[in-house]
Design a protein around this ligand. Structure first.
Ligand SMILES: NC(=O)c1ccc[n+]([C@@H]2O[C@H](COP(=O)([O-])OP(=O)(O)OC[C@H]3O[C@@H](n4cnc5c(N)ncnc54)[C@H](O)[C@@H]3O)[C@@H](O)[C@H]2O)c1
Length: 432
């Protein structure tokens, strides 16, 4: 039976390499649709949890994993040799930046090495990790062809980016159209057939590089617009205009405008990172991606701006940052998640401490986190923090679980970087 038939009758064995925020939801959807799925990860703890039927990703209910395991449709393993048995393999491993802001492709290379070691005729390989345009053609394909097998003749090769938005209940993996670009039509058709069984719509494009670039356009669009609105916030502050009211007014335009909001800086695995994959690659063609660089500069200056504004707020009550007790509400990079990757709250924390503040924080989604040079930092319940009468509270992440009414009532001074206190007023409330 050929691969298309196996995809259609759901006997196609799917392997997912990397069981994180992207790989696990996809694995769960494929198993739910009836495909036998094997998840591959280097993290033994994750593999153990999943095989015990427990999910560690909030968007994937534990019940779904438990049921898939019970039905024999899902198992996880650290043994890459099992890749040989897979018909379709999806790679969803991290693509971070090095300190120099160059792409760190080591996880992708490691995963592709594992695929290469077990590659056989008839398999479909799909790269899902966000990466620079050209990765599939220039990096993955030559590596796999070192086996002597030829892409397009002996195996199928595809790039199909993930667009998952963790903690967004309106758009889960299955609800988001999936862009698919293969090295040839057959590869694209096969991937569309497989993913089409689990997502609302597939969007075939003419090449892997278009699919890679489309993902980077999406994330660069966000980074640049957030950079623009962050600059607008600084401008409005200087001019004495309420930026939040301005955005609320502008967004009533029914066409040609999309609201973006200022904040303490960019966070997460995607927006602060992906645009630099593009500017790095553009530089190799002698092209300087000016919007990306400028947005990066503005966005990365926001944590310092928050600290300046804390200083201004303290100044109104004749206090200095040095020696003040400052409490952060929220350390995760965005509301209602426990993800700390690239969180701007970490920068705010460090900048405040460097200026002599005594910093504490609360986050119902993050019991403890690591801070470079400080080791483990424990968060404390907000009620306990407020009872200790901090000199200033900074809302760094606007989690729904916070009791904002209690905060407004009890805190002496508040800097709200997220407009979480939109419906409250008071001379002690300062907004970004
Ligand atoms: N998190 C998001 O919201 C999001 C959205 C869209 C795209 N992406 C992209 O998807 C990719 C994966 O991101 P993520 O958020 O799922 O990362 P993650 O860190 O949550 O998960 C990655 C998983 O890969 C595993 N891993 C690392 N190296 C491995 C290897 N060699 N073999 C097997 N497993 C390995 C890790 O242990 C981890 O479990 C990245 O390129 C990211 O940019 C992420």
């Amino acid at each position: 039976m050929n691969l298309m038939d196996r995809i259609q009758n759901k006997t196609c064995k799917v392997g997912i390499i990397g069981l994180g925020y992207v790989g696990l939801p996809l694995a769960a959807e494929l198993a739910k649709a009836g495909y036998p799925v094997t998840g591959f990860d280097v993290d033994e703890w994750k593999v153990g949890e999943l095989n015990a039927g427990r999910s560690y990703i909030p968007d994937v209910p534990t019940g779904e994993i438990a049921e898939a395991v019970r039905k024999g449709l899902f198992r996880a393993t650290t043994d890459m040799a099992a890749l040989a048995d897979m018909d379709a393999i999806d790679i969803a491993v991290p693509t971070p930046l090095r300190k120099t802001k160059d792409p760190d492709m080591s996880y992708v290379v490691q995963a592709v090495e594992a695929v290469k070691a077990h590659l056989r005729k008839g398999q479909m390989i799909c790269l899902e990790s966000t990466t620079y345009p050209g990765t599939t053609d220039e990096l993955v394909k030559p590596m796999l062809e070192e086996t002597g097998l030829k892409a397009g003749t002996d195996f199928y090769l595809v790039f199909s980016p993930e667009r998952v938005d963790p903690a967004n209940p309106q758009y889960l993996t299955k609800d988001i159209p999936k862009v698919v670009g293969g090295i040839d039509k057959q590869s694209t058709d096969l991937a569309c057939a497989l993913y089409g069984k689990v997502v609302t719509k597939t969007v075939p494009v003419s090449s892997t590089v278009v699919a890679e670039m489309a993902k980077l356009l999406e994330n660069t669009f966000r980074s640049v617009n957030i950079g623009m609105v962050n600059e607008l916030a600084l401008m409005c502050h200087r001019m004495g205009i309420d930026v939040w009211e301005v955005i609320d007014a502008a967004k009533t335009k029914p066409f040609g405008f999309m609201p973006f909001y200022p904040g303490p800086g960019l966070g997460g695995h995607c927006i602060p990172i992906d645009p630099f994959y593009l500017s790095w690659k553009a530089k190799q063609s002698g092209f300087e991606a000016r919007f990306i660089e400028l947005a990066g500069q503005v966005n990365s200056s926001m944590p310092e701006w928050v600290v300046t504004r804390v200083g201004d707020a303290l100044n109104t009550v004749k206090k200095a940052v040095n020696g003040s007790r400052i409490h952060l509400y929220g350390v995760a990079y965005k509301k209602n998640v426990g993800d700390m990757r690239e969180s701007p709250a970490l920068d705010v924390f460090e900048h405040l401490q460097r200026r002599g503040a005594i910093v504490t924080c609360s986050d119902p989604h993050v019991p403890m986190f690591k801070l470079d040079g400080h080791g483990d930092v424990k968060t404390i319940p907000e009620a306990q923090a407020l009872a200790a009468s901090p000199d200033c509270v900074v809302i760094t992440t606007d989690h729904d679980a916070f009791d904002y009414a209690a905060l407004v009532k009890k805190a002496a001074l508040i800097l709200d970087t997220r407009n979480a206190l939109k419906t409250f007023s008071g001379a002690h409330i300062h907004r970004l």
